[in-house]
Write a protein that binds this ligand. Sequence first.
Ligand code: FDA
Length: 454
Amino acid sequence: MTKIERDVVIIGAGASGLTAASDLVAAGLTVAVLEARDRVGGRLWTDDVDGAMLEIGGQWVSPDQTALKDTLAQLGLATYPRYREGKSIYVNKAGAVTRFEGEIFPVPAATELAIVTLIEKLDVLVAEMDPDRPWEHPRAAELDAVSFSAWLEAETDDQEARDNIGMFIAGAMLTKPAHAFSTLQALHMAASAGSFSNLVDADFILDERVVGGLQQVPLLLAERLGADVHLGQPVRSIRSNDEGVVAVTDDLEVHARFVIVAVPPVLISRISFDPPLPRRQHQLHQHLSMGFVIKVHAVYETPFWRADGLSGTAFSPYELVHEAYDNTNFEDPRGTLVGFVSDENADGVFALTAQERKTRILESLSHYYGEQAMNPVVYYESDWGTEEWTRGAYAASFDLGGLARYGADLRTPVGPISFACSDMAGKGFQHVDGAIRVGQETAAVIVAQTAPLT
Ligand code: FDA
């Protein structure tokens, strides 16, 4: 067992932990980052699969994500816009395929009115919410007791309007069925991106990508930290007393004044704390769960849909792949489509063989783009559900009633123990931007506490 002494030990080398570590070092403190995996980045992972560069985890950057944008600029990383020339595609419940422009799907006039009305109502509720304090919304407890699907049912009889608005939060964001999370949690998801209108605007929310991949953010941050990042070191226990903390892996023991636990909140319970975390933390961690989505990558010899006048953007709450986009890499002659299979649909296809699953998913893509979609040269499914150190995608959110009841305590430090993760963010919740914000804020609190002592 090697013993290391530092000012702060950080558990987890994702965007949040590495941002915190970098800020602490910039403030003159010493750090050790302990990462369970043999790579940094956590849910950011850019890899080569059969000769194609794929963003297995997070990838998109939107205009409101100013913390991420600042980090990209500091690291000298360039961005490029998602391809969006041409028409989008919508498939209705009957399977009819329609090409359209703009944000509102081609639906009957009454359904369009219902969709616009729902968006306006949701925008008003979201505007009343501070994304950093959703539990302070004037109707927080009431809205947290109603599932998003029940709220939608109470608002409109129009099934297609409900299915579409539900999809934006359920399948597309929290990646849980709309009956499994509250209206307050849905509003928080939208508030974290500025408004509900922003969430339904694909050109806003899926605006840009990073040339060479978003994992470069953690890779470059880790490079600067050098030997202070320790890979393959799952932290098994954290001991704390008045003197400070000791984080213990199978090989290392890091003694420090502070610890930042920068792991998804669903994994905090995997670490043994001595003394145990307080009752409140024990309880609240049980009310969070990971969503689940399969990110499907299909690479073709050319972006054939572009020649057909299509942007590659496709939606349908009735398709196995509920949304798909042109995800072609920067200056790549090949064309890449990315599609998403969420929550119960993901459960369903994982009950099939790999070949059956691939066929079902490609068939769904072919409903949007035609038969050519059936024959990619590279095909890959990002399955974060099997990743021991993540256990789902995209992120964790509260169950019904959990946000109003426990949200305020999610990031409350316990003595020298602080918590940081995108899944605990206000602005940028469940996104890299939120991971960076929370990392920065957590580091700043520790720096402020150490300032008089240094
Ligand atoms: P993250 O989970 O990345 O890091 C935690 C780290 O802790 C991991 O490296 C893990 O191995 C480690 N760890 C866990 N337990 C440990 C232990 N006991 N000891 C040591 N280490 C431990 N966001 C976005 O902005 N745009 C996007 O397009 C997308 N798309 C997207 C797609 C997919 C498929 C996924 C899975 C996610 C996204 N996201 C996204 C979300 C984004 O990737 C995510 O919010 C952040 O990367 C999370 O960063 P964190 O550092 O908070 O956690």
